[in-house]
Structure formats: structure tokens, C-alpha cells
Design a protein. Structure first.
Length: 196
């Protein structure tokens, strides 16, 4: 398991904020206290869904999530964006794979604040392991969850680098530092296994 103290130091050296919470509930409490009176976009995140965060935020924010009926275009123009990562490395690399591009684009530009919310299961020792995790664990499980007609969805076992029209692995981003297009980017680490 990666060293969380090193992970924090490396992220902060790269311009990211960092908070650790032992449980998803504690992280949800924190985010609910930080996000108020804003428009909030949400990426396709199983971690955010597992936290049951959006119903709380909807009490005092305008939340736009395509999983609950909002258009993809609406979520990319909000004040705040919530997402997760498919893999992270102890050195601070944040890795995401996307099919449409809305989620990865929103991690780099257009929002005042971006929160990357992740369980400890996504943090790997090396950048190579983080990329491997994104391609061979997160992406196949997501393809299976979405009932895609891809080789990886059959067993959700690994990436086959397919050419299926339903392929969900179409864009890869590795954030090496906080993008200049985002005013504030914060990584929220939860001491539980969450998300894909």
C-alpha cells in the first residue's frame, strides 16, 4: 500500500489541496460544509454515488449530474466539479480514462474548484501501477457495469485494447500538477475501498 503521508506531500508540492477522512460519511460531511450556494457538476463517479453526497448538496446547491437527468454540457460549466480518479500514484500522478471526454476535460479547465474524491484502494505505489489499475481494473469494471459490448466487459478482467464501437477507453489523462485552468483542486482521500 502506498504511503499516504508521501502522497499528501507530493500532491501539495504539485499545487493540490489534500484532506484525509477515515470514512465516506466524514468526507461527505466535509464536502457538504465546503460547497454552498454553488452550481455543482458531477462526473460519472461510483465513489460519489456510494457517498450519497448529491442529495445532501442539492439542499443548498444546484447539482447537475447526467446520471440524474442533467445534460453532459450543463455539468462542464459549473462552479464546482466532483469526480474521482481511476488510479493515483504515491508520487502524486492522478490518472483517468474517459469515453466521452466530459469528465477528464472538467478536471483540467472551466471550474473554480475541482474535488477528486477517492478511496485508498485507488492509490498505487508507482505511476505505472496507477495506469495499469486504470486500464485493467477500473475500465473493464465500468464497461461491464454499463453493459458495453466490449471484450473487457465479458469478464471485467483486463483491457484488450479493442476497437469496439462501444469502447469506453477513448481518452487518458495524467495530471502531474494542478492545471492552471482550475483555481482550486483538492484531493479527498477516504480510508475505505470505494469506487471502481
Amino acid at each position: 500500500m502506498a504511503d499516504l503521508e508521501k502522497f499528501q506531500k507530493n500532491l501539495e508540492a504539485r499545487g493540490f489541496g489534500y484532506h484525509y477522512f477515515p470514512t465516506a460519511q466524514a468526507a461527505a460531511d466535509y464536502l457538504d460544509s465546503q460547497i454552498d450556494g454553488c452550481s455543482v457538476g458531477v462526473g460519472g463517479s461510483m465513489t460519489v454515488q456510494a457517498m450519497d453526497l448529491c442529495p445532501r448538496l442539492e439542499q443548498h446547491n444546484r447539482v447537475l449530474w447526467h446520471w440524474t437527468g442533467a445534460e453532459l454540457q450543463e455539468a462542464v460549466t459549473t462552479d464546482v466539479y466532483l469526480t474521482s480518479v481511476n488510479g493515483a500514484a504515491e508520487n502524486g500522478d492522478l490518472v483517468n480514462i474517459d469515453g466521452t471526454g466530459n469528465r477528464v476535460a472538467s478536471t483540467m479547465f472551466g471550474h473554480k474548484r475541482v474535488y477528486f474524491i477517492m478511496g485508498v484502494n485507488k492509490i498505487m505505489d508507482t505511476p505505472e501501477q496507477a495506469l495499469w489499475r486504470a486500464r485493467n481494473i477500473a475500465a473493464p469494471k465500468n464497461a461491464q457495469r454499463l453493459n458495453r459490448n466490449t471484450p473487457c466487459a465479458v469478464k471485467a478482467d483486463k483491457c484488450y485494447n479493442c476497437s469496439s464501437p462501444e469502447r469506453i477507453c477513448r481518452a487518458l489523462t495524467v495530471l502531474w500538477a494542478k492545471p492552471k485552468g482550475i483555481e482550486q483542486a483538492e484531493v479527498i482521500v477516504i480510508g475505505q475501498d470505494l469506487g471502481m
